[in-house]
Design a protein around this ligand. Structure first.
Ligand SMILES: Cc1cc2nc3c(=O)[nH]c(=O)nc-3n(C[C@H](O)[C@H](O)[C@H](O)COP(=O)(O)OP(=O)(O)OC[C@H]3O[C@@H](n4cnc5c(N)ncnc54)[C@H](O)[C@@H]3O)c2cc1C
Length: 299
């Protein structure tokens, strides 16, 4: 039996495994190798790794983790979980079952984009979710954003800080007069009609097509819906919290979920997502899972 089983070997999972390896604990990391930012050619805003391809950062993490002989990393897809604190069993698609005293859920979230042709092909290249991750690269270009009803002014003010050439695509939603006036004052153009297509060349946006015509844009910000990429938390009975992009797994100060012995870290356990937050949460989850083995009432 392993001390800790980590589901997901992205930023959170590898960070948790490193802490536990340094504590000389017997750990298995199950990972399908598809981090959320794999669609982007470079990751940004990560200290010491700004502009480095995401898969390269994670490969370096795995290489360093390999130095810890008590940690096993397996390319395996977890599909179900059973048991309780002290004896959890996870079944994988490829390698049968694994048992561990503690579990860390770190398998990230899945993104669902609005059903507009072309968006998915541009995801991470010119259809962007976060200005801090990608805004610098498209600064002062022809930008747009897909309105998130109720948040139009906040979004316009934020994205306007990266380019004065900004168009809000309301995509058929109502925009009240006060918001229209505020956007007008910011110099942000509003296109009311539903968006029909994101026209692009090999993932690089050229136009946003609406019933009012095609508008040239170099990049557009879109807020995806998110959900934990796997339903192990439901099988375990972990509580969730509603977030602005979707529900996430509820954790306390030590990254522990509502179920004893189950920890969660990364995008699936917080409303605001980035690789550094996920790494930090993974470090904390690994440390606290270790503490929970030593001091069973601490977690
Ligand atoms: C397009 C895009 C670009 C981004 N760019 C940046 C950026 O520049 N800078 C930044 O800080 N953040 C960026 N982010 C956010 C960043 O990707 C996430 O915050 C970060 O990846 C979260 O880390 P995580 O460990 O929670 O999940 P992930 O990194 O997504 O890792 C989850 C891991 O779990 C694995 N997994 C999933 N299901 C299973 C299963 N059933 N069994 C086993 N393993 C499984 C996955 O394959 C994956 O390896 C970007 C996000 C997107 C969508």
């Amino acid at each position: 039996m392993y001390d800790v089983m980590i589901i997901g070997g992205g930023f959170a999972g590898l960070a948790a495994a490193t802490q536990l390896g340094r504590a000389r604990r017997k750990v298995v990391v199950l990972d399908t190798g598809k981090p959320r930012n794999r669609f982007s050619p470079a990751a940004h805003g990560i200290l010491g790794h700004d502009g480095v391809p995401p898969l390269e950062i994670l490969a370096a993490g795995r290489r360093q983790l390999a130095a810890y002989s008590t940690v096993t990393t397996l390319p395996a897809e977890a599909v179900s979980v059973a048991g309780s604190e002290g004896d959890f069993t996870v079944t994988t698609r490829e390698h049968g079952t694994f048992s561990a005293r503690r579990i860390i859920l770190a398998h990230g979230v899945s993104d669902t984009l609005p059903a507009i042709p072309g968006l998915q092909a541009c995801w991470g290249l010119s259809v962007l979710h976060c200005p801090y991750c990608h805004g610098y690269e498209v600064g002062d270009r022809r930008l747009g954003f897909l309105a998130f009803p109720g948040h139009e002014l906040m979004m316009a003010t934020l994205y306007r800080d990266w380019s004065s050439d900004l168009v809000m695509f309301a995509n058929g939603s109502d925009v009240d007069a006060a918001t229209r006036a505020s956007l007008d004052a910011l110099g942000v153009r509003i296109i009311a009609a539903p968006v029909l297509e994101a026209r692009h060349h090999e993932g690089h946006l050229t136009h946003i097509v609406t019933a009012e015509g095609a508008i040239e844009r170099d990049a557009i910000f879109v807020a995806p819906k998110t959900a934990p990429s796997l339903d192990l938390y439901r099988q375990l009975g972990c509580a969730t919290t509603p977030g602005h992009s979707g529900d996430y797994i509820t954790v306390g100060e030590r990254q522990e979920t509502s179920v004893p012995g189950v920890f969660a870290a990364g995008d699936l356990a917080r409303p605001m997502h980035n690789a550094t937050f996920a790494t930090a949460a993974g470090v904390l989850a690994g440390t606290m899972a270790h503490h929970s083995l030593l001091f069973p009432t601490a977690a």
